[in-house]
Design a protein around this ligand. Structure first.
Ligand code: GLU
Length: 395
């Protein structure tokens, strides 16, 4: 029987990152020894100094609705962070705190996009960008890149993708899923193209900012003539191991921030008050306090690259940030492995799930159909075991 669901929800794809994580959980629940490299989620505990701040907030009876756009102390702290880390000067009335960076992005899309507008997505891109564009009845246009270009687009590609209907472009550096980081020079070259098209707004998703291995990411809004057209999105989930706390935020021209607050006021209101109080402590903390996690991710990245490099058919680049590897596995297409015909990345990801009991995410979901995403936010023991199993399954 078909249920009378709206066209809106019927046309929306399921989030492949969350779907794969749910599938891994389900199989584990059935007693199958699955190693999940599907979800982008630090496997560390939230640092004690942040937990203490949350406990203090509970004891101080923070329990009422917060302002829709967040506590003013948190917005001031975020302005301090933007100045300290990104050389960006925002005022508190340009900041909106939301239930995760995902909501920040959805808010921006909802307030800027009209049906039929075009959104440029340099591929590979995070799965929810395209879905959020679909929800706005906008059209998303992929700008492809490949592992040979370190998964980055060129100014000429950007120029070629722009039409009179282009309203937004999404940048994400460090990138989920590729881990690539655009240098200041590369961003300035892309900005030079956008300068000629003042109708285009830029969403710069910087959620993996602190998880980088020596190359400090550059904020797109720091390009002088891009500041008034750029929305800078960030959050606490990744660098502070606070995925479930759901704190994201944005800095934007005030008219956009105001519109996002209006949108949020009708959908969710201000986000969790305890998490917001703890977030003040987190964003003001010296970045060095969470460096131990980044160091550990780097060790794991190097290990994963070494081990996967030994498997024939896995083509790798060196991700400079985030905690994913995004191998090109198209060498397997057209082959039959353990009786399973591999036509595409979905088949390959399924093969790894069924024959190696390792959960990954197909590159299709990220607009890169030759690749799969593997998160190395898992223990060294799990990573070694997972890659050994993969090696056996595909050899
Ligand atoms: N952003 C993370 C990922 O890509 C969390 C899951 C999600 O929201 O997509 O795995």
């Amino acid at each position: 029987m078909t249920h009378p669901l709206s066209d809106r929800i019927s046309s929306l794809p399921v989030s492949q990152t969350l779907a794969m994580a749910a599938k891994a959980r389900e199989l584990k629940g059935q007693g199958i020894d699955i190693i999940s490299l599907s979800l982008g989620e630090p496997d560390f505990n939230t640092p004690d100094f942040i937990k203490d701040a949350a406990i203090e907030a509970i004891n101080q009876d923070y329990n009422s609705y917060s302002p829709v756009d967040g506590y003013v102390e948190l917005k001031e702290a975020i302005c301090t962070k933007f100045k300290r880390d990104n050389d960006l000067v925002y005022q508190p009335n340009q900041i909106v705190v939301s239930t995760g960076a995902k909501q920040s992005i959805a808010n921006v899309a909802q307030v800027l996009l009209n049906p039929g507008d075009e959104v440029l997505l340099p591929a590979p891109y995070w799965v929810s960008y395209s879905a959020i564009a679909i929800l706005c009845e906008a059209k998303f246009i992929e700008i492809p890149s490949s592992i040979d270009d370190d998964f980055k687009i060129t100014p000429a590609q950007l120029e070629a993708a722009i039409t009179p209907k282009t309203k937004m472009v999404f940048f994400n550096s460090p990138n989920n899923p590729s881990g690539s980081i655009y240098s200041e020079k590369e961003y300035r070259a892309l900005a030079a193209v956008l300068e000629k098209h003042p109708q285009i707004y830029i969403l710069s998703d910087e959620i993996y900012e602190h998880i980088n291995y020596g190359v400090k990411p550059f904020s797109f809004a720091a390009i002088e003539n891009m500041f008034d057209r750029t929305i800078t999105v960030n959050g606490l989930a990744k660098a502070f191991a606070m995925t479930g706390w759901r704190i994201g935020y944005l800095g934007a021209p005030q008219w956009i921030a105001k519109a996002c607050t209006k949108m949020q006021g009708q959908i969710t209101s201000g986000t969790n008050c305890i998490a917001q109080r703890a977030a003040i402590t987190a964003v003001l903390a010296p970045v060095e306090k969470v460096q131990y996690m980044v160091d550990e991710f780097k060790t794991r990245r190097d290990l994963v690259l070494d081990l996967l490099g030994e498997i024939e058919g896995f083509k790798l680049n060196i991700p400079e940030g985030a905690f994913y590897v995004f191998p090109d596995i198209s060498a397997f297409f057209g082959k039959t492995v353990h009786g399973m015909k591999i036509e595409n990345a979905n088949d390959f990801s399924l093969l790894l799930l069924e024959k190696a009991n390792v959960a990954t995410v197909t590159g299709d979901a990220f607009g890169a159909p030759n690749c799969i995403r593997m998160s190395y936010a898992a223990s060294v023991v799990q990573l070694k075991e997972a890659i050994q199993r993969i090696k056996e399954a595909v050899s």
